[in-house]
Design a protein around this ligand. Sequence first.
Ligand SMILES: [Zn+2]
Length: 202
Amino acid sequence: MATEAILPRGTGQWFDSDDGQHWWFDSGSLALDFAYTGGLDRTGREWETVHDARELNEWLTERFPDVAPTAGGREFTDASTLRSAIGRLARQSSVGETLAPDDVDIVNLFAATPDIPPVLSGGARQAGRTNARPHQALGTIARDAVRLFGSEGGGRIRECSADDCRLVYLDTSRSGNRRWCSMQRCGNRAKVRAHRARAAAE
Ligand SMILES: [Zn+2]
């Protein structure tokens, strides 16, 4: 897949919860990771990590080394529009709702703009290493969202199974039975609860 060639690393990012936990959440998807920089959840802004153009530049250049850190107010506004649309679509998709046409339009609009061209290494020229614009990164993210909400994500965009957690992820496991946003967080809490319940029953 072309995206793998242009991404410096896979998906996932660090979050700091209100309870002070520093933990890794792999949403399984570039588009979902991006949506979570804006919080995604309507329950609050606990998860929001990118609040302005400077933080947008940091996030984008970490994901896309070829992108120049030139995002300003306009780019941040556009990025916020895109990530909010992806966030709402993720929520809709995770509960099997019909995708909202307005949000689909936003994703399609960005997906139709130039993205970051994939580069094949091993050439004699240092071609393609020119800096890409932040908007091209948004194009790449939007195209990933098209795949996510189109054929690729079918039935695999889910909410974490923990009652008090509504984080949405793309289940990329081979078995297709991922249950938790993170084993480190909700998976462990569920194990502890199950252990306590067993102990109490004995
Ligand atoms: Zn969870």
